[in-house]
Design a protein around this ligand. Sequence first.
Ligand code: PLP
Length: 405
Amino acid sequence: MTFNVAAIREQFPILKREVDGNPLVYLDNAASTQKPQCVIDALVDYYTRCNSNVHRGAHRLADEATKEFEAARDIVKNFINAPNREEVIWTSGTTESLNIIAHGLRETLSSDDEVIVTEMEHHANIVTWQEACRFAGATLKVVPVSDQGELDLDVFETLLSPKTKLVAFPHVSNVLGTVNPVKWLTQKAKEVGALVSIDGAQGVAHGGVDVQDIGCDFYSFSGHKIYAPMGIGVMWGKKDVLETWPVWQTGGEMISTVTLEKATWNTLPYRFEAGTPNVGDAIALGAAIKWFSEFDLKEVQAHERQLIAHATKCAEAFEGLTIIGNAKDKVGAISFVLDCGHPADIGFLLDRQGFAIRTGDHCAQPLMSRFDVPGTARVSFSIYNTLEEVDAFFNALKKVRMMLA
Ligand SMILES: Cc1ncc(COP(=O)(O)O)c(C=O)c1O
């Protein structure tokens, strides 16, 4: 598909709405992206044509639903270049994916073991590992973040040792926009024999994820951050690791045989998919990825980098504004504070002008402490945002500044 922002915007019905008589300017994409009509249609189509439980039905609807559900798994497999389709596990989102991994890990940890995370984690990628370490009496180590908002790679190397059982880090920070050197981090972790789990919640929407090239063991993401509905996500894990991992939830679908005394487990991926899955949303996630994959990724990435470069330039020139996080490689989001008001007030006053941004701690309280701020205002961009919206945002922010000063 040719890359044309105006044509892309036409495909997102919600972008036509107004807020208090102002055109909506949606700059909260790191929290959740909007959905193109084809994704909405895929969901409606599923519920109007073949809604049914999958895998076990003996009728036409179940057969069609199963085929589409499993076809969506293939779409995900190809999108992240996973070697095997059975390594793609449907979850409710990144949070559940990370919990499944941490739940598996804790069974294998001992009190001598260490897990490494970073100071830039979303709570979903820190509390999970805290709990796994607490369960096993293992130690959690943390890679610090520099003033620029980048991981301190020297410290990371010193933290690695044969005791390191797993290293967890985000592909892209949801607060700072920092793109981490995931391949390098993975290689270093592998040198000490550690497993690597990447939180891809923010990385996946910017495309180009190749789990084989990265060399990680797990990659997790949420559908709603990549133009798909909420309530569906993916945990990709290497087959040889997942096959040794304890099961997550138990019940139907994940078993092979059950007697009154015991059960045996199903093969991958079903072994981690207990109960009736979220069929409609999985199919819609397939539709979203198919839609996104039709664009030339280089053009999408060039557009997103242009947006962030322009927004950074405007932010740097803005009186009283401090950007939190100035990493060399950034995508998606800019966080900032103003000297004249609390982020919550900034968000409120922008909303009155039609601008949707996010304010607060962004589920990253340790990172807020690191930068000594109670919270930030965050603008985050997607494929459908324009340079004009960035300019309009900074004009609106000027008005906010006048109101607050
Ligand atoms: C970096 C990161 N990790 C994890 C999550 C959790 O994603 P979800 O709430 O979709 O499970 C988010 C959500 O904002 C995120 O940005």
